[in-house]
Design a protein. Sequence first.
Length: 190
Amino acid sequence: MTSDTIRKIKKNINGQDIYIEVRDENGFTTVNPKCYSHLNGIGKKFSVKEAILLLLGVDPEIPLKMTLLMKESFLFEKELSHELNLNLESFQFVPYRYGPYSRKLEDTLNSMDGLIVISRGNKKEITLTDDGKKEAQKLIDSLSQLTIEKLKFKRLGWDQWGTRGILKRVYTDYPIYIVKSEIKDEVLGE
């Protein structure tokens, strides 16, 4: 391979211009492995606020109920972030009456005025505002297309499982979160 088969391209990742070495050969484009982490955002640590924006932003027209967002955030932190090589700040989940609970997530939601709207009905629904959609899109644009597609796919699946489906999975795979549950028998069908 000669140096003339390698080209450098500039890509804006997480608001920072990154130069990536790319090689085109035999109809394939490859990225130098040392540059790959920048493409997937590994070098950036996503805050709880940014993780919430990502979850809501991959399907911005569909609001999430508070309890479902809590459970989806749990799976995002514990599983999907590792699968996608995303470095997430800890949500600090603890066992609670209705499964994993994060005070940090709830406090973060309460501090996101202007980015989200929380309906104050019986079942709190969280929706992105126009500004929230813009912020979420900036984060989404910083990720690879494959990462975005996987995140969308997982969010769709979790939405379909619903809170009970996710809790059944969590109680089975993470039994420590059953300890304080008041609904474990109902969820596990015992």
